[in-house]
Design a protein around this ligand. Structure first.
Ligand SMILES: NC(=O)C1=CN([C@@H]2O[C@H](COP(=O)(O)OP(=O)(O)OC[C@H]3O[C@@H](n4cnc5c(N)ncnc54)[C@H](OP(=O)(O)O)[C@@H]3O)[C@@H](O)[C@H]2O)C=CC1
Ligand SMILES: Cc1cn([C@H]2C[C@H](O)[C@@H](COP(=O)(O)OP(=O)(O)O[C@H]3O[C@@H](C)C(=O)[C@@H](O)[C@H]3O)O2)c(=O)[nH]c1=O
Length: 283
């Protein structure tokens, strides 16, 4: 019986996929060098999976501004090679992209067909990755998600838990709004999408999937401190008061109606996902 192939192993989404299924092979940095020509096609050919999920990426938003070549390879070239290898076997390929493909203007939730306009290198390479996958022409889907958190790897929740225990007050950006998304819910949705795609060729293209309700980073931090019972005061600041190498979108709201209509999948309430993550970290 053929298995699922996942690129990525110790990342947030990859670990949550591993927790949900034992019927998959996971290839992280220790198992495959994604920058080595031929390794992706070989890995796919010798395993002959029934579907491929790409959970590997270059995700360091600020560092990408100076490590453009690495970001380009991992976020554009490698996913295109995965899509091509999936096309050869005629199997579904699912990739993950980001709210950072948008320019963040306006206040409305963005739908899949809205114009893009990344503000930094990370977002630009993720957008170019989407386009490169589409150009391969196989049976592909891209899940665009946002503000991912889990008990594994690096994320805003873990940064806030560390800083909140060290300091009495923190200044956090309050004019960037988005949907925090639990990696566990992303993993479950990716598996559902893969299964559905295997039997229904109409499930293809870009799908938004983000947690609800939308909040600012500052309000997200406040909820983390309430749930974790940490005494740290959050002060609202503006993006201009927190300079970073990469610009980030002010409006990261994603409309997730397409996924609801095509697959019946609802947006997760991130506050419940946060409770679950905090419980796991406390175990
Ligand atoms: N984090 C976020 O807030 C968001 C993430 N996304 C997207 O979701 C996807 C998953 O993100 P997330 O789980 O947070 O990512 P992580 O940063 O937690 O994990 C990245 C994964 O990429 C793999 N990887 C990185 N560099 C290499 C390399 N040179 N060769 C092989 N593998 C490599 C890592 O491998 P290894 O297993 O060896 O460590 C790891 O599994 C990405 O496509 C990301 O762009 C979208 C929106 C928000
Ligand atoms: C630590 C800290 C951050 N911030 C701000 C900076 C930034 O605007 C916001 C979030 O910072 P981070 O650097 O943790 O998040 P960032 O790495 O930008 O998160 C993004 O990662 C990539 C991979 C994605 O695809 C996005 O969806 C998004 O999740 O919080 C403060 O205002 N005060 C602080 O003390």
């Amino acid at each position: 019986m053929s298995r699922l192939l996942v690129f990525g192993r110790s990342g947030q989404v990859a670990q949550e996929l591993a927790a949900l299924t034992s019927e998959a092979d996971f290839l992280g940095r220790g198992q495959i060098n994604l920058t080595q020509i031929g390794e992706i096609a070989n890995a796919v050919e010798c395993r002959r999976p029934w579907a491929i999920i790409n959970a590997a990426a270059y995700t360091a938003v600020d560092k990408a501004e100076t490590e453009q070549a690495e970001a380009q390879f991992l976020n554009v070239e490698a996913p295109a090679l995965m899509a091509r290898a999936a096309g050869v076997l005629n199997i579904p390929f699912i990739h993950i992209s980001t709210d950072y493909v948008f320019d963040g203007s306006g206040v409305e939730a963005r739908s899949e067909d809205d114009p893009t306009g990344p503000l930094g290198i990370y977002g630009k390479t993720k957008l170019d990755g989407e386009k490169a996958i589409a150009a391969e022409g196989g049976h592909w889907a891209v899940m665009r998600t946002s503000w991912v958190f889990s008990s594994h790897g690096n994320n805003f929740v873990k940064t806030m838990l560390r800083l909140g225990r060290e300091r009495d007050e923190l200044n956090i950006v309050a004019d960037q709004i988005g949907g925090p998304t639990p990696a566990k819910d992303i993993a479950a949705t990716l598996l559902m999408m893969a299964e559905k795609m295997a039997s229904d060729a109409r499930i293809r293209g870009i799908y938004h999937y983000a947690g609800t309700p939308s909040v600012s980073w500052a309000d997200f931090a406040r909820e983390i401190f309430v749930q974790a019972d940490i005494n740290c005061t959050v002060h609202d600041i503006s993006t201009a008061d927190y300079p970073t190498p990469a610009r980030r979108p002010a409006n990261s709201r994603l409309s997730c109606l397409r996924l609801q209509d095509d697959l019946g999948i609802e947006q997760p309430d991130w506050r419940l996902g946060l409770r679950d993550v905090l419980n796991n970290l406390n175990r």
